[in-house]
Design a protein around this ligand. Structure first.
Ligand SMILES: C[S@@+](CC[C@H](N)C(=O)[O-])C[C@H]1O[C@@H](n2cnc3c(N)ncnc32)[C@H](O)[C@@H]1O
Length: 410
């Protein structure tokens, strides 16, 4: 055989859809590689007397064909590509020799030198496939791959689209405030944006990282003249998108949890502008969690209900059934409720909830200034005043408030 070792491998992307691929050996290597072959649409036949439970499940699901036997000469007939990874070195060598004879590109898990192809470390981010080969150092390949994929995901490696784009807006849930709590997709879209329209809540620190050409607009400061504030924000989104800009509407928490995300999505749809919604970590769950309060806990709370407290219970505009909520045994999470918590606590007690039900207010959760104030339904009105609790705060009511790592549950 000619010695090719000093030459680098020639990279290529195999289009395996509908093409026969033979895998010899159903162990850990097959388990790791099969999902990518299946994802590529390959027509995979596995030849192996045994398989790991995951590989077996792929066969049961009809994703691969499994021939439960040892390798036999001729198994690679008509294969475009072979993965040789059995625990039998002699069978591997014979299969490899067949691949050489039949000109089938073949990867070997036990002997890279004898293989005619090498598997790169691969990753994908938003339509970009990254494949890295470093010769004989798979860990190094994986590290380079990780660095590139992470960079593409978080936007630190810019990968701008050069085909002309149609106007586009992303409604991005930024999470509760800690800049590390935005999603990977949200962060990447932010890094690709030309215009960012941001709320007061959410990961404001991320705005400082944006390159100088990005126009950052404070949603609260958009002049609204004869429009409602929300209408003015919708118009700003539409105008910037129509001007051909990549627009991100950065919102606190999740866009669809008291975030008016759907109003914006509807306005964009009416204007014929494509819009994507990126979910965010809602403060309703993450802020209690950051203060050590689980919204559910086995044997304590089997439900949690998230309600808005921005209008008082007796207010005719209220859509919340406080009487029913008072009867629930689970956890009640109230957003936008600091100003009205006295009236809310009173209504809950009036409808039968115990006055000593524990309650916590978590202000500015997940940020450097987070603080937690504990009270009960009976004491909360007074506590909020005495401790000067201010919005934004999440209020959690129920027995989970008394749980915590300190508590001995035995
Ligand atoms: C208009 S709502 C938006 C909620 C958001 N879409 C979400 O999913 O978290 C604003 C309310 O969320 C709560 N909130 C949001 N971020 C918070 C944080 N970091 N700490 C405490 N409360 C927060 C407060 O109750 C605040 O009044």
């Amino acid at each position: 055989m000619v010695e090719y070792a000093e030459h680098p491998a020639y990279p290529v992307g195999l289009r395996l859809s509908g093409r026969r691929v033979v895998v010899i050996g159903g162990g850990q290597v097959a388990q790791r590689r099969l999902p990518a072959l299946i994802a590529a649409g390959a027509d995979v036949t596995l030849v192996s007397p045994s398989a790991t439970p995951s590989v077996e499940a792929m066969a049961e699901a009809g994703e691969i064909r499994w021939e439960r036997r040892r390798y036999e000469d001729g198994d690679l007939a008509d294969a475009w590509y072979a993965l040789i990874a059995s625990s039998d070195p002699e069978a591997n060598a014979r299969a490899s020799a067949e691949a050489e004879r039949t000109r089938t590109w073949c990867v070997r898990s036990d002997d890279a030198e004898a293989a005619t192809a090498w598997t790169p470390a691969t990753g994908r981010s938003e339509g970009v496939t990254v494949a890295v080969l470093t010769g004989h150092d798979p860990r190094r390949s994986a590290a380079v791959r990780d660095a590139i994929v992470e960079g593409l995901r978080d936007g630190s490696i810019a990968a701008p689209h050069h085909r002309s784009r149609t106007p586009f807006v992303a409604l991005v849930g930024g999470g509760p405030g800690d800049p590390d709590l935005i999603t990977v997709r949200g962060r990447r879209l932010l890094a690709e944006a030309d215009v960012v329209i941001a709320d007061r809540l959410g990961p404001r620190d991320l705005l400082d990282e944006l390159p100088p050409h990005v126009e950052v607009i404070d949603a609260a400061k958009i002049p609204y003249g004869r429009f409602m504030a929300q209408e003015a924000i919708n118009n700003a989104l539409i105008e910037h998108a129509k001007a051909g800009k990549s627009v991100v509407r950065l919102k606190g928490g999740d866009p669809f949890v008291f975030g008016r995300g759907m109003e914006e999505a509807q306005a964009l749809a009416e204007a014929g502008i494509a819009c994507t919604v990126v979910p965010g970590i809602s403060s309703s769950i993450s802020v209690p969690g950051a203060a050590g309060i689980p919204v559910t806990h086995r044997g304590v709370a089997h439900e949690f209900t998230v309600v808005s407290g921005h209008v008082a219970p007796e207010d005719p505009r209220s859509l919340v059934d406080w009487e029913s909520l008072a009867k629930l045994r689970g956890t009640l999470v109230i957003l936008m409720g600091v100003d009205k918590i006295g009236a809310i606590a009173k209504a809950l007690v009036a409808h039968g909830k115990a006055p000593d039900t524990p309650l916590a207010l978590v202000q500015e959760g997940t940020t450097a200034t987070q603080r937690r104030v504990d009270a009960t339904l009976a004491t909360v009105a007074e506590k909020v005043k005495a401790e000067d609790v201010r919005p934004p705060a999440v209020i959690v009511i129920g027995p989970v408030v008394a749980e915590g790592p300190h508590k001995n549950t035995k």
